[in-house]
Ligand binder design. Structure first.
Ligand code: ATP
Length: 513
């Protein structure tokens, strides 16, 4: 099965089982907006809890806030979003399809990289044991030609983007002979800038003065509350402020399911440090954040850093944590060393001092900031695609199983009376009642036990508890493990402890410490 087919199956599966639905579906949907269903919202909540606890609970010097989506419009001038939160767009005149110019170029580069990898694989097959990949990459004429093309394209793209030179971007698309994936032609319009912020009117004031924006990131709510939190929480630098919340971007092209949405959620943390110490903290957060991802057990090889060579003018270090999505490695989280840019700008635009008096050095300064910024929805997609598996069992049966980390699984335990009579449902209900205060449990008495196991596999429930006639006598039940499908007989009075060991978020959090 190709990655593309796998991705299609995953999307269909998430809809069929109530994880994710297209928004407003009975009205034919709304572009790049999605709703989370009964299981998707549980999964999302578990991811958010994992992030929140790892930041706020485990670090005494990080606190969390929940700031409003609407903010004073001047904030977006200060942050640079009014002037520069733009994407370059280009239309194909034949297909009438719109693209992000930089994404067209990135896709072109990705195709060349794919060609190189194919050549390397061919070489590996041809030379067998004697194959030296490094030497092959350094000498093979095809590889060298494509590598040169990539380098030249990337260099020109970065220069054009940095200089905001839209003509140069178009020329590069023409020079690379990029065609529209739909029409196959090179009949392009000029490149134009498009601001990604949604605007609306505040109260009854119309016109310029009443225009406000739906926040395109949650970070600014943290910056403008910096002093409020520092003073009321008696926080000492270094300290962090974390926030989870909705953000809105009028993305030009929305593809790839919940990877790029127009309404999405972010988990951001701004860590305030002494000027001069930022790179040390940047390195620490880079490492900490990767460990957080890897603890989920999806596979270490699924993650990589992408250090930015060209930095925004206010940043002195930046990296992305990329995840190997079904459509290739793409940004999942950004970690940025943002200097004193944000607080400095708000100081300038608001006219209010945003400084910290450091009792250790007896100095006042505008702290430097390390930001970690991750999309909830992209994490959901990473977790879903990492969990999705189609398996053929020993008896030839097929099963689809979502191998979520147990701490993230939407349903932790399924409680299944073998038959719906003879007092088994009553005992099953008793077990449900003893577990449901701690964990999301599901009761199911319909269909054969085999079918019920398949249903629980499909939604990723780590444990199934089956109650049979014998249970009434020996007060033991059969516990089935989702991944190994092993079954064991356990006393009912031990259930709570066994379930806790398997699914409690605490054990996942301990791994990140
Ligand atoms: P991209 O280059 O993919 O557009 P970005 O660099 O603009 O992303 P940031 O501004 O750094 O993204 O936002 C931080 C995080 O927010 C991203 O790493 C991503 O996980 C998430 N994010 C950004 N835009 C979207 C979106 N349209 N839909 C879903 N998540 C998003």
């Amino acid at each position: 099965m190709t990655q593309e087919e796998l991705f299609k199956n995953l999307i269909a599966h998430t809809k069929e089982y109530g994880f994710i639905f297209p928004s407003s579906e009975i009205y034919d949907g709304l572009g790049a907006v999605y709703d989370y269903g009964q299981l998707g919202s549980e999964l999302k909540n578990n991811i958010k809890r994992y992030w929140w606890d790892s930041m706020v609970r485990l670090n005494e010097n990080i606190v969390g806030i929940d700031s409003a989506i609407f903010m004073h419009p001047k904030i977006w001038e200060a942050s640079g979003h009014v002037g520069a939160f733009n994407d370059p767009l280009i239309d194909n005149k034949d297909s009438k399809k719109r693209y992000r110019a930089d994404v067209l170029l990135e896709d072109y580069i990705a195709k060349l990289e794919e060609k190189i990898n194919k050549d390397v694989e061919k070489g590996r097959k041809k030379f067998g044991e004697a194959f030296d990949e490094e030497q092959f990459r350094a000498t093979n004429p095809n590889v060298l030609r494509n590598a040169k093309k990539i380098e030249a394209c990337r260099e020109r793209m970065v220069a054009a983007l940095n200089a905001n030179d839209l003509d140069a971007l178009k020329q590069l698309i023409l020079d690379c002979e990029i065609v529209c994936p739909i029409s196959g032609t090179k009949n392009w319009t000029d490149v134009r800038q498009f601001n990604l912020m949604f605007s609306t009117q505040l109260g009854s004031v119309s016109g310029e003065s009443g225009t406000i924006y739906l926040r395109p990131e949650t970070a600014q709510g943290i910056f403008v509350n910096f002093l409020n939190v520092q003073k009321t929480g008696r926080m000492k630098v270094p300290f962090g402020i974390a926030q989870i919340g909705k953000a809105f971007r009028n993305e030009i092209v929305a593809r790839q399911f919940i990877f790029r949405m127009r309404e999405f959620e972010q988990m951001e943390m701004q860590f305030f440090v002494r000027p001069g110490e930022e790179l040390k903290w940047f390195a620490k957060w880079k490492e900490t954040r990767l460990a957080w991802h890897k603890a989920l057990g999806i596979g270490d090889e699924k993650y990589r850093y992408h250090d930015h060579e060209k930095l925004a003018h206010y940043a002195n270090a930046a990296t992305d944590i990329e995840f190997d999505f079904p459509f290739g490695f793409k940004e999942l989280e950004g970690i940025h060393s943002r200097t004193d840019f944000d607080l400095g700008r708000h100081q300038e635009f608001s006219g209010k001092k945003l400084q910290y008096f450091d009792p250790e050095t007896n100095e006042s300064y505008v702290p430097y900031v390390i930001e970690t910024s991750i999309g909830v929805d992209r994490t959901v997609l990473a977790v879903l695609s990492g969990a999705y598996a189609q398996e053929t069992l020993e008896n030839g049966e097929e099963r689809v199983v979502m191998k979520f980390h147990p701490a993230l699984a939407p349903v932790k335990v399924a409680v299944l009376p073998l038959v719906k009579k003879d007092g088994l449902p009553e005992l099953a209900r008793e077990i449900m009642s003893s577990l449901k205060y701690e964990y999301n449990c599901q009761y199911d008495e319909k269909d054969s036990i085999g079918k019920r196991y398949r249903r629980q596999d499909a939604i990723g429930t780590p444990l199934c508890v089956t109650i049979d006639h014998e249970s009434l006598n020996d007060r033991c039940v059969t516990l089935r493990d989702r991944d190994t499908m092993q079954q064991e007989r356990v006393p009912i009075e031990k259930l709570a402890e066994i379930v806790d060991k398997k699914v409690n978020l605490k054990y996942l959090l301990e791994k990140v410490r």
